[in-house]
Write a protein that binds this ligand. Sequence first.
Ligand code: GDP
Length: 195
Amino acid sequence: KPKVIVMGRSNVGKSTFVKSMTADKTIRVGKKPGVTLKIAEYDMGNYYLVDLPGFGYMEGIDQKGQEEIKDNIIRYVEDNQRTIATAIQILDAKSFVEIVQRWEETRELPIDLEMADFLEELDLKPIYVINKMDKIKNSQWDEELDVISEKLGFLPPWRQWIDILAPAILKEGLGLEEIGERIKNNVKQYYDDLR
Ligand code: GDP
């Protein structure tokens, strides 16, 4: 059974996403306890949903701890590469743009982009969930999504990348259906490729 991994900087809404996806219909099949790497797997029927730890800045975790979490995530993804049908990376619409702008000034690659590059490199069929769109004025959605699309390396207009970019307001459940649809397609593709 393939895996669908869920990752993102801490506080982007990853737990909110995993909770809505797994609400009461699934059993958690494995939670490996560890100091820095807690991985929860949920049986979703024809795939496992894998909740990877949040990365980047977190209160109470120093630079070394952050590096360790990142290394663990990378190792997990590399070790499981062949069974990963798709990788979901969740971004915070508003802070992502700020983070990338800061990067353009300081030249220090933000972890979100580093992870995105890594997923593309391994050809893990990433889906980018652009969460917290409620923080963006409705009239500015297209403009903001074009900027995010470009920062991720996808030439605007963002709608060209509708299979890859999924705007969402996860706390209201908005976008979940579309994300579910994309997961379904990528899982199907995974099974087709096996044949
Ligand atoms: P995690 O650290 O990535 O697991 O993030 P959580 O799911 O715990 O969410 C972090 C915070 O973001 C919480 O306060 C959520 O209520 C909030 N949040 C989640 N989704 C949304 C959203 O769509 N819009 C807004 N404005 N806040 C959200």
